[in-house]
Design a protein around this ligand. Structure first.
Ligand code: NAD
Length: 471
């Protein structure tokens, strides 16, 4: 595997080797050498060189390219789904959702950029004319994690290109195959040289990118821990930063909720993608008057989950994507044992495939708020539940977290749901739905879940820098 710099495939010159593994079978997929700081320098130089011409292209021209990217993904859909299945451990069904959503994202920004007001003129007293201009922020570094390849990157690449920025993209070194195939598509459609550059590297390359004086902005998605390093490193050269970080999101099941709907949304909101979602609703709060009936139904649903490599349907769950993540979740399960947490389900009756990084779903009830499992992001199929007496208590518990990425409310009345939603400190709130994210909506967190917003007009705005001409 090679880096893609200035429209050419270049050998990496790093020293460490990464082995990429199929998490469903533990078979080696590929081994590659990581990018060095010198490779990063070359990619940044290419992006700097391409900036002037790309930033001066018309919005229509950029929209055409974004649509060409969407067309290319569409044509290569089956390959991308297969790679995401093998590298990420996603079922083909879930991998297809990611690919479809990435296509939608490129098309969304193709449309937006055509109608966006990059320049606005206003008249002031005394014959003064003001022209407000929206300019590309410059060369941007895009760094992504491993849980939703193609889609997390689309949320960055599409608005950055639409805004007129040139970029260096560093996907997770653990799941590089879908993004590598995506770059091959850009090469095939002869995307303008130097505008898009791919660096296949680990923390060394990423750190060099974040501190590089010629990089104007970093858009990072990943853990809060690494996000804090990114923000500190970027501060030295006053880079713009967007940080999409961890979460520990609540799901509130109100007294008037339909129980079947509550079970459906709690199940999908937690166990989709084997719980490896920043927005997983992993803290469940249920009104005490319905708690017992809800738990009965939830127990039956979770115990119906089957583990396997390419299964479809709401009760199918794949492996953890990486061995490191598999070990991390197991550590939390041993903490749960030490903390003597009360389990709702008989997880041992769920069969585990012989090979692969599979973990059974776990549901803990009456979890104390001081438990590490209640407070910390686990990023695996583990949900912690508590009941509440009053809505004031539910809102207080929901907001009592260092994170604030997402929340779900299940209620029989949408008006009731909206009133509660106004009081939640979360970036995205679903009422009677879960994990549904439209390209025209908004993504980003309060508190330690991040800074800045992706998607929608705000997502493109974050790649623009405003100035004014006074005449
Ligand atoms: P991670 O923080 O370990 O790695 C993310 C990326 O950062 C990788 O590409 C990695 O190579 C790079 N990186 C490592 N060290 C770096 C450094 N010093 N400077 C700059 N970059 C560095 O995260 P992960 O394990 O890949 O992903 C899981 C985390 O991502 C979870 O915490 C999850 O909540 C979060 N996430 C957040 C969102 C969101 O939208 N808020 C979406 C998906 C995942």
């Amino acid at each position: 595997m090679k880096n893609y710099i200035n429209g050419k495939w270049e050998n990496t010159t790093g020293t460490s080797q990464i082995t990429v593994v199929n998490p469903g079978s533990e078979e080696e997929l590929i081994r590659f050498t990581t990018a060095s700081p010198q490779d990063v320098d070359a990619a940044v130089a290419a992006a700097q060189k391409a900036l002037e011409s790309w930033s001066l292209t018309s919005p229509e021209e950029r929209a055409n390219w974004l649509n060409k990217i969407a067309d290319a993904i569409e044509a290569a859909k089956n390959t991308l789904i297969e790679l995401s299945h093998r590298n990420n451990g996603k079922s083909s069904e879930q991998a297809q959702v990611d690919v479809d959503n990435s296509i939608k994202c490129y098309r969304y920004y193709a449309n937006l950029v055509k109608s966006f007001a990059f320049s606005q003129v206003t008249e002031c007293d005394g014959g003064i004319e003001l022209t407000h201009q929206q300019n590309p922020v410059g060369v941007v570094a895009l760094i992504t994690p491993w849980n939703f390849p193609l889609i997390t990157s689309a949320w960055k690449i599409a608005p950055a290109l639409a805004a007129g920025c040139t970029l260096i993209f560093k996907p997770s070194e653990l799941v590089p195959l879908p993004e590598y195939a995506f770059t091959q598509l850009l090469d095939q459609i002869q995307f303008p040289q130097g505008v898009f550059n791919l660096i296949l590297g680990d923390a060394v390359a990423a750190q060099h990118l974040v501190t590089h004086p010629e990089v104007n902005k970093v858009s990072f998605t990943g853990s809060t821990e690494v996000g804090i390093h990114v923000m500190q490193a970027a501060a030295r050269s006053v880079k713009r930063v967007t940080l999409e970080l961890g979460g520990k999101s609540p799901i509130l099941i109100l007294e008037d909720a339909d129980l079947d709907e509550a079970v459906d949304k709690a199940l999908g909101g937690m166990f989709y993608n084997s719980g490896q979602m920043c927005s997983a609703t992993s803290r469940l709060l249920v009104h005490q008057s319905i708690a017992e009936r809800f738990y009965q139904k939830f127990k039956a649903a979770v115990e119906s989950i089957i583990l396997g490599s390419d299964l479809s349907g709401p009760f199918a769950m794949g492996p953890m994507t990486t061995q490191k993540q598999f070990q991390k979740v197991r550590e939390y399960l041993s903490i749960a044992k030490d903390e003597k947490l009360q389990t709702l389900i008989d997880f041992e009756q769920i069969a585990v495939p012989e090979k692969g990084f599979f973990i059974q779903p776990h549901v803990f009830v009456n979890v104390p708020t001081e438990s590490r499992l209640w407070k910390e992001e686990i990023f695996g199929p583990v949900i912690c539940c508590r009941s509440f007496e009053t809505e004031e208590e539910a809102i207080r518990l929901a907001n009592d977290s260092e994170f604030g990425l997402a929340a779900t409310i299940i209620t029989g009345s949408l008006e009731h749901g909206k009133k509660i939603a106004k009081r939640l400190r979360s970036g995205h709130i679903w009422i009677n739905s879960h994990q549904m994210i439209q390209p025209g909506s908004l993504w980003g967190g309060f508190k330690k879940s991040g800074i800045g917003r992706e998607l929608g007009q705000s997502g493109m705005q974050s790649y623009l820098e405003e100035n004014v001409i006074t005449l």
